[in-house]
Unconditional design. Sequence first.
Lengths: 226, 488
Amino acid sequence: MSARDAILKRLRERTDGPLSAPESDFAVVTHRGWSGQERLERFERWIASVHGEVVHTSRKGWTEALARVLADKGVRRLALGKQHPVAAEARQALVDTEVELVDVNRDIEAWQREQFESVDAGLTSTLGGIAETGSLWLWPTPDEPRLISLVPSIHVAVLDADTLEDTLFDVVEKHGWANGMPTNALLISGPSKTADIEQTLAYGVHGPRELVVLLRHASAAPGDEK
Amino acid sequence: MSEQTSGVYTYSPRQFHRQAHDALGNPQIRANFRKAMDGLMTKRRESFGDWELETLRELGANIRMRALAKLPDLLEQLEANCEANGIKVHWAEDGEQACRIIREICESHGATSVVKGKSMVSEEMHLNAHLEEAGIEALESDLGEYLVQLNEQTPSHIIMPAIHLNTDEISEILHEKTGTERTRDVDTMTAAARSQLRERFMNADVGVSGVNFAVAETGTLCLVENEGNGRMTTTVPPVHVAVTGIEKVVEHLRDVPPLYALLSRSATGQHVTTYFNMISSPRKEGEHDGPKEVHLVLVDNGRSNIYQDDELLDTLRCIRCGACMNHCPVYTRVGGHTYGTTYPGPIGSILSPHLMGLEETKDLPTASSLCGACGEVCPVKIPIPDLLVRLRRESVGEGRGNVPGAGIKRTRKEAAAWKGFQWLATHPAAWRIGTSMAGRFKALMPSKLGVWTEYRTAPKPAATTLHALVKKHQAAKPRVDKSDKERR
């Protein structure tokens, strides 16, 4: 008998007989009832508590905020996609700046060392945010691959304020994750960190040292209710 | 192989008492653990501050119970969905088989270098040693695991592997093994490890990781982490092998958020970890990064045996948060290595006997004061104290006999003594005669009673028995008139 069949047989022919499965009540992880403003405040408070930076901006003027962030942090080489509107708008806005744009729509095998050693920052879109924990959710694509939110020292993520949900449970349910998962789905809540040396927090142990969230509001005034 | 190694000597659960004695006499170990555990307990308490913790724990326990109730079906569903997604699924009866499967995957790719994300099950089956014997280097990439590996040790905690080391000791290890300049600055040390490990990620042939939750309905492997080494391990090398115990499966994707909320808060008091990494397939056509091959190795290694018994089954609910050890007064004092097992602390004491047998681990179920803290903080409500008592019974042959090595601690003398006590305690006349004799001849009571009197004085029977005292008291006390009592 194969290991598989032997294991399954032992589990099925359980000594103490079959088990009954209890029903689950998920009320405790959903329906927080927060207003849009409360969601924003919570998101910002939590992500800031783990060293994430939030820059409030607008749908129209966000690329100026991006350029400022890149200049402030001395980013010279930025890795980004091409097709996603976030990438396309960023490319347009940065074309006349000092920042060199690095294409990411090529197999990692061709440019692994370049990505690890000479890219200062990665720019990605996000699919949404979670107010309860200050988290971003991303489903990497061929246009915005998995490693650009991990390998460069700075990750700049663009988040639309109206995509915030209360909890992870709400995201999973409302966006029908169970109907089809991508190759890789990610929640990101702050820059890479460790406390393995005597409980002392240190950032950037393997992944980005800094996470900047460009939080785009529909209207110009930050934090306005829709 | 059952020993855990540490630079100085080899730890074994057989030597629990000697190791505990040594650890208690080591002020460095005691200070390191006390400080860390105090911090972790406070952070956990604060992180659950505005939650309905009991309701959430109830849900967590309920989700895990449901998964176990449907375990064989869910494993088949997980396998089918993973395979449909392009993930190759393997099954292993024990650690040896699992090691062989992983080694063969490595060999089929001509791999000489493996980079690892944190995986306790790989520690349980001693994967690193197995791969090294086959000439394949296995490098730990979690910072704590990396430090412990450099120091030729094993983890002393399932979440914080290097918790037994302090900053100065770590600085010395990095200096000695990697030539890093000695420093007390944690950022400098972290940056040094970052650059050392980045080189290794780029050159690794295979990445090996654990799994926190395997979702049956979608064939998704979930990994919880803060450092990013888990994402590196599962994204950079061309082949990813995930290895997990068969009990880690959950039914639905919606079962994951409550367990994740419980795990991060219970483990380190964080409201969320930096990364939650969900892997459902290898690199697809047109995608530019990620491994081209993903394997999932499902390891039994004694778990299906635990599964047979209604009471022991609760052990398999565990989500490996480590809260039970953080709150254990014994663990805090003796540290993780003392247990001599992969899983230390209360969860280790109820799990290791199944993995290694009670012959090896007979002292672990008694390495507890049964204070109950572990059961109170467990996010999935495992009744750890009850299970410790059950294993104590098994070890003296008074249980159901379905734990390997059951009865190992049974001695004829002790069994006869308890049998005698049982008879006395259920025969009042004999009991009264016995206790009054004990009082009369108390001078004959020996002052040395084995282990009991090693740190205590021997009990002295009272001159008069409680029974006699009560009788005397009742005779002396005037009866209260019933009507008198009612008037007041």
